[in-house]
Design a protein. Sequence first.
Length: 255
Amino acid sequence: MKTRQSKPLKKSVTATTSPAPKATRAATLAAPLVTGVKTAPSPADAETVIEIFSRLRAANPEPRAELDYLNPFTLLVAVVLSAQATDKSVNLATAPLFAIADTPAAMLDLGEERVRGFIRIIGLFNTKAKNVIALSRILLEQHGGEVPASREHLEILPGVGTKTASVVMNVAFGVPTIAVDTHIFRVSNRIPLVVAATTDKVQAGLEAIVPEPFRLNAHHWLILFGRYVCKARKPECPTCLIADLCRYPDKTVAA
């Protein structure tokens, strides 16, 4: 039965993009900020970081995004499918898929060909179908059909990288990780919170500087902020709630 976020069986989580080559993709995005002609401003100090997250929390106390799941297994599958795909396309594909296969055993029973049919509207669906079946088999054979709560075990699953593992650990198990996708990478380098040329370095930096009271939800706040306010091509600086705290030199102005 389909339920919304407020119902116990269905939740939402921020999508995270993965398989683009980390160093190449991240370095390209960071180049104008880290190595470009303009000198990047110094990262926000501790007091400013607290104020930034205090405002984000006040504006959205319980942040969530649009990627739907039912349990830790469907969360894992949804995030794997979300790489280089939109939340909307993943949700369209997984709603009927999860209705009949919300456990590793049920997913294996479907088989790769049928899984492929459900996710055909998602980019890289052939590879993703293979990964979903392969990770389902590993979960059954090595973890009793349960999703492991450790990064070490998650990252060896097919289709799972640092960001996917971080999202699952954060949302399913309450570990205060900060998964970094292209939105968070951009926001962190712009404000800046952490200036770095790779997503892994930004993640390590954010987890080091974000105060504990904000760390669990920091991923959600930052990705939503990057998606709807601090946009890639034209950030909404005139209406941004932290514009006075942001040190980005190329702020947009009201039309």
